[in-house]
Ligand binder design. Structure first.
Ligand SMILES: *Cc1c(COP(=O)(O)O)cnc(C)c1O
Length: 368
């Protein structure tokens, strides 16, 4: 039996170009039959998971026969405590990806549009496309968001502006004042989804004010994740904070049990493990310095980053990427972000960064 894909699949779904995740270690092992692979491709925490979170996850596993708490009472209470926001303002997500999709599902539809920046996180355009809405991509400025240009591109039917701060894959950060004036300028019919997946890595003076802004801006949705600094990427948990009315709408389109019980328990424990978070920051800081120094020695241009990754220019990026794979190092090609000459590397442990840098030097010589 033949099926006519064009007939059964709406054109906005057929137009989707799937997200390209970082290559899993197990896949490269299968392909090349090599061991000791270093994966610096998905901005994961090189320290692994907080021991407290692991312990909590193991305990929760014992109760795996039960459905999770669909309202995430305890995790919301812990987040509420930590960030000083009411539980009614919190939406839990199966990773913050889920929350980006929930915001698109709740507030967009065909005939509406969303604005995001060139080189911004790929999931924004995917989430917008999946609901049949129109994405408006605005040219970046110095690899970062150009808020003036984004404001000028708003259309009458625009309902969401997505902002990644810091942005992935460029690592750029908007200043608080800039963001605050943008929020003040925006009509209240336009929501801002402020994606702060890397917030925990910001140096003290740069820490975000977004949780305080929530009371001033009822059109603001802040998203955070446990995947990066908290080291829980494999468990899939994140949260959004927004005016309770917005949170209510997002909760209506959420799967009833979108965050599993193991992830909930681990996230609660991770939130309280400030020592682990401190260590993650410190390892990131020193690893960032190590890799920047390595790039400078190799004479490579890179974009200074506020996240746990760096994007650097190598010219023939696909060739270098392939050479690095053969040498047992996985980084991330970002041609899909309109950066065909760049690669992105996540900051790893000292010996991983070392291996990456020497493999990179070798790859560059071989590809010349
Ligand atoms: C990694 C990342 C996320 C979220 O990932 P989840 O694992 O789904 O929480 C969101 N936004 C940006 C910009 C990211 O880099």
């Amino acid at each position: 039996m033949n099926i006519d894909i064009c007939e059964i699949t709406p054109s906005h779904i057929r137009a989707i170009f799937p997200y390209a995740p970082g290559k899993p270690i197990s896949e490269l092992e299968r392909e090349l039959g090599i061991r000791d692979i270093v994966k610096l491709a998905s901005n994961e925490n090189p320290l692994g998971t907080s021991p407290k979170a692991l312990e909590a996850a193991k305990q929760a596993l014992l109760d795996a026969a039960r459905y999770p708490d669909g309202n995430g009472f305890e995790l919301k209470a812990a987040i509420s405590d930590r960030y000083g926001i009411p539980a009614e303002s919190i939406v839990l997500g199966n990773g913050s990806n889920d929350l980006l999709e929930l915001s698109a599902r709740a507030f967009l539809e065909p005939g509406r549009s969303a604005v995001f920046s060139q080189h911004a996180f790929a999931v924004y355009s995917l989430a917008v496309q999946a609901v049949g809405a129109r994405g408006i991509e605005v040219q970046a400025k110095n690899w970062g968001h150009d808020l003036d240009a984004m404001f000028s591109k708003l259309e009458d039917d625009t309902r969401i502006v997505f902002i990644a701060n810091p942005n992935n894959p460029t690592g750029t950060l908007l200043e608080k004042e800039e963001l605050a004036s943008f929020l003040k300028l925006l009509p209240s019919s336009v929501l801002v989804v402020l994606d702060e997946a890397y917030d925990e890595f910001l140096p003290p003076g740069y820490a975000s004010n977004s949780m305080e802004w929530l009371s001033d801006f009822p059109n603001l949705i802040v998203t955070r994740t446990f995947s990066k600094a908290y080291g829980l990427a494999g468990l899939r948990v994140g949260f959004a904070a927004a005016h309770p009315n917005l949170a209510d709408m997002m909760n209506r389109v959420r799967q009833p049990f979108n965050v599993n019980s193991i992830a909930q328990a681990a996230a609660i424990a991770a939130l309280s493990d400030t020592a682990f978070l401190e260590k993650s920051r410190a390892v990131n800081l020193s690893g960032m310095a190590q890799i920047r120094e390595g790039f400078e020695k190799l004479g490579l241009e890179y974009i200074p980053s506020f996240g746990n990754f760096l994007s650097f220019r190598v010219g023939h990026a696909q060739g270098i990427f392939q050479r690095l794979l053969k040498l047992g190092v996985i980084v991330r090609p970002i041609a899909g972000y309109a950066m065909p000459e760049h690669l992105r590397v996540s900051i790893g442990l000292e010996h991983e960064n070392e291996k990456f840098l020497s493999a990179l030097q070798q790859a560059i010589e071989e590809v010349k």
